[in-house]
Design a protein around this ligand. Structure first.
Ligand code: FAD
Length: 347
């Protein structure tokens, strides 16, 4: 017999969003987290993330369009501003594909030349002859605030949050999902595993082999003079540099690439050479930003080969591995999809 309808393992942004939707549907939910909401060891910490509709393929544009009203719904329920529209700029490789995908989904955008960018966004400086795509729905997500907000609304709707508890093992037994911690065993009709960079090793003994690689990325923060800039992503064939306003901290910037696999429990050091590369790019694109980054930190990516998300069900186990460095913007939508997978056969 089950102790609970659904156990969600891992209360990062995806687990918290899943618990919110499950609790809204009336399911009995326990959300188990090894650390505490807001902790810096996984993928969801820090004050800011980019929200953008701009993707090079229509399905991702459509997903972002579907996520946007859900963010507004969450804001209304939590009584907090979580997304601030600042507009988004994409430059570099693949602008044509982005324009086509946005057009296919009926999303508005403009193509701006270098001079138009400089006059509209005085803090941004593009190389000679370079164009950018401006999408007005681009926004900054108040990431840390959103994470706390999701945990708060999930609890307000009846989800039970258990922090400081590591699930040591989760597997299907007798049609139920059985979770073991250091001092307890919990039987759930369904377990949703949203354990980010730890999901692969946690699930392996149950026979679920996730095609994910965990990497540790370094991001840097720099002061910025003038008004808040739009978000900026400069795409290249092997990744991208990006920058976004980070409330109270100036600019946050990093490089989207995912190269070295790590054990998520080790190697937490900032990559100082990467900080220098990021600062050099910032100095070119934001000449008014202080050239030196004043702070840097790391964050985990959980990567799939095509940067797609894994949302699937294996008997009583639902897997939500949704990162590849671009999942945050979809969190309320991914939470809804995972909750639907989990609730499929609940009474
Ligand atoms: C540097 C960086 C920049 C990013 N920028 C953007 C951006 O601009 N826009 C965007 O949309 N996305 C962005 N992302 C991606 C986004 O942040 C992630 O997609 C998202 O945070 C993933 O959340 P998660 O809940 O899957 O993982 P996590 O936040 O890592 O949550 C997993 C949770 O599971 C817990 N856990 C693990 N194992 C166990 C266990 N055995 N028992 C109990 N609990 C466990 C962990 O402690 C953790 O809290 C960025 C990511 C990084 C790293």
């Amino acid at each position: 017999m089950a102790d609970v309808d659904v156990a969600v393992v891992g209360a990062g942004i995806m687990g918290a969003a899943t618990a919110w939707w499950l609790a809204r549907s009336g399911a009995e939910v326990v959300l188990v987290e090894r650390f505490a909401i807001g902790h810096p060891h996984g993928s969801s910490h820090g004050r800011s993330r980019i929200f953008r509709l701009s993707y090079p393929d229509a399905p991702h544009v459509a997903m972002a369009q579907e996520a946007l009203p859900l963010w507004r719904e969450l804001e209304a329920e939590a009584g907090a501003t979580l997304l601030e529209r600042v507009g988004g700029l994409d430059t570099g490789a693949g602008l044509e594909e982005r324009a086509q995908a946005l057009t296919a989904c009926g999303a508005c955008f403009e193509l701006l030349d270098r001079e138009a960018v400089a006059s509209r966004f005085p803090s941004v400086s593009l190389p000679e002859g370079r164009a950018a795509l401006h999408q007005p729905d681009g926004a900054v997500i108040h990431a840390e605030r959103a994470w706390h907000a999701l945990a708060q609304v999930a609890r307000a709707r009846g989800a039970r949050l258990v922090e400081g508890t590591r699930v040591l093992d989760v597997r299907a037994e007798g049609g139920l999902a059985v979770l073991r911690t250091a001092d307890d065993v919990l039987r759930a009709r369904v377990a949703v595993v949203t354990a980010g960079g730890w999901a692969r090793s946690l699930l392996a003994p149950s026979g679920v082999d996730l095609p994910t690689i965990t990497t540790r990325e370094t991001v840097a923060y720099a002061a910025l003079g003038g008004g808040p800039p739009p978000t900026l992503v400069e795409w290249a064939d092997d990744g991208a540099f990006y920058a976004l306003p980070s409330p109270g901290e100036g600019l946050k910037a990093g490089r989207h690439r995912a190269t070295h696999a790590v054990d998520p429990d080790t190697d937490a050091a900032v990559d100082t050479e990467e900080v220098e590369r990021i600062a050099a790019w910032l100095a070119e694109r934001f000449p008014t930003a202080a050239p030196a980054a004043h702070r840097a930190e790391t964050c985990l990516y959980t990567n799939t080969a095509d940067e797609g998300f894994i949302l699937e069900r294996h008997g009583p186990l639902v897997v939500g591995s949704a990162c590849s460095g671009h999942g945050f913007k979809f969190a309320p939508l991914i939470g809804r999809r995972l909750a639907a997978l989990a609730a499929a056969d609940l009474p």
